[in-house]
Ligand binder design. Structure first.
Ligand SMILES: CCCCC/C=C/CC(=O)SCCNC(=O)CCNC(=O)[C@H](O)C(C)(C)COP(=O)(O)OP(=O)(O)OC[C@H]1O[C@@H](n2cnc3c(N)ncnc32)[C@H](O)[C@@H]1OP(=O)(O)O
Length: 392
């Protein structure tokens, strides 16, 4: 126990001290402006600091040290014991200021508070939509705010059916989100649907090389798409705002958390379409809900309500449709403040055990589908959907 506490102190403290000494405003020399902060400026900074958002422990330590130096001069109290972590960190921060003159400490305190005030003003300001929205996507709206990257499928008139372009853009957005400074990533849909799954008109775009080539390139795209979800390194949350069909349902088994509106439904009509399961659902669904329930969905196309999907473990929690957005985003904002590295590592520990298996399953499902897409059953089902309005 004692050894463990000692290790924490040794590993944590040098980091605080290093960053403390690296802040230009705190370097141990008298700057040109150092003598200028009056007692009035200092008092005003002391009042201002109470209005700031919590600046975090490192900055609080810097403020504490400068305050003590400015008001009492060099550190003059006995060093706290090694296990008195908080008082020792405070003492160390103050002691590190050495013989820095009181006036310089006062100036540095004023400078630090003034810097914090301006950055807190700009971060609390509501940024215009155009600034938050990432450019370059035609089928998605991607925004990053409050440590959350939100990827919203944006073809509401087509029930967010996933075109080839949308598959590619989702992969791009996930790759960018895996490297950005957000803590969590959320996939959701714009409009009344979450997504109606694969855009069935994807199958009509046949290249000159023929239908076999189309099936082959589609299988490669499907495999790459699902791989991105298997490998995504941060917590990935689905906010299922409405009905979900096909591949938008199957990949939910690869998310870390799934929130659903009470209006959402979950439907995988693969047999009706002459197709077979993808998104690793042939493995994740039986594991999540048991083989009998999974077969009803994946073989017989049984549609689940949000409450049923929650009872079967596919959905983490259902929210009333009228408060869905408010409740989900409040929850997600709270989660996004958790330590990001700890969340990422917890996800790795959970996912790594199965990663290889999931990739193998994805490859196999894509291979089987490549064949299904060439079958009469599939061709007829897709043609029926695409010509249904012409028949009315
Ligand atoms: C690279 C390839 C990878 C392949 C991976 C394989 C994935 C498998 C799957 O995802 S299978 C699931 C496929 N999806 C479906 O079968 C759903 C088909 N759509 C519907 O059944 C209905 O449209 C509905 C139930 C989703 C909604 O019905 P509703 O009557 O409310 O609305 P409309 O039908 O009028 O739809 C509005 C317009 O949107 C078009 N649309 C909707 N979904 C799709 C779709 N999946 N593909 C193509 N187009 C879709 C619909 O045609 C309407 O368009 P219009 O206004 O121009 O007529």
């Amino acid at each position: 126990m004692a050894g463990a506490s000692g290790r924490v102190v040794r590993r944590w403290y040098p980091h605080v001290l290093r960053s403390f000494l690296q802040v230009p405003a705190l370097q141990l020399h008298v700057s040109k402006t150092a003598m200028r902060a009056s007692q009035k400026d200092f008092e005003s900074a002391l009042s201002q600091v109470k209005l700031l958002k919590d600046p975090g422990n490192e900055v609080k330590l810097k403020l504490y040290a400068l305050y003590k130096q400015a008001t009492e001069g060099p550190c003059n109290t006995p060093k706290p014991g090694v296990f008195d972590l908080i008082n020792k960190a405070k003492w160390d921060a103050w002691n590190a200021l050495g013989s820095l003159p009181k006036e310089t400490a006062r100036q540095n305190y004023v400078d630090l508070v003034s810097g914090l005030s301006s950055s807190s003003d700009s971060s609390s300001q509501v940024k215009p939509e155009a600034d938050r929205k990432q450019r370059g996507y035609e089928t998605l709206v991607v925004t990053s705010e409050d440590s959350i990257t939100k990827i919203m499928m944006n073809r509401p008139a087509k029930k967010n059916a996933i075109t080839t372009q949308m598959y590619n853009e989702i992969m791009l957005a996930l790759k960018a989100a895996s490297k950005d400074d957000s803590a969590i990533t959320v996939l959701t849909g714009n409009g009344d649907y979450y997504s109606s799954g694969n855009d069935l008109s994807n199958f009509t775009d046949i290249p000159p090389e023929g239908i076999e080539e189309k099936a082959k390139s589609s299988a490669i795209l499907l495999r790459d798409f699902v791989d991105c979800f298997i490998d995504f390194p941060k917590p990935l949350i689905a906010a299922v705002n409405g009905p979900a069909v096909g591949i938008s349902v199957t990949i939910l088994g690869l998310f870390d958390t799934v929130y659903a509106s009470s209006r959402a439904t979950f439907h995988t009509p693969f047999s009706h379409l002459g197709q077979s399961p993808e998104g690793c659902s042939s493995y994740t669904f039986p594991k999540i809900m048991g083989p009998a329930k999974a077969a009803e969905m994946l073989i017989f196309g049984k549609k689940l309500t949000a409450a049923e999907a929650c009872a079967q473990g596919l959905v983490s929690e259902v929210f009333p449709d009228s408060t869905f957005q408010k409740e989900v985003w409040t929850r997600l904002k709270a989660y996004s403040k958790l330590p990001p590295n700890a969340m990422r590592i917890s996800k790795q520990v959970i996912r790594n055990r199965e990663k290889e298996k999931l990739h193998a399953i994805n490859a196999e499902e894509s291979r089987v589908l490549q064949e299904r897409w060439l079958s009469d059953e599939c061709t007829n089902a897709v043609m029926n959907f695409l010509t249904r309005k012409a028949k009315l």
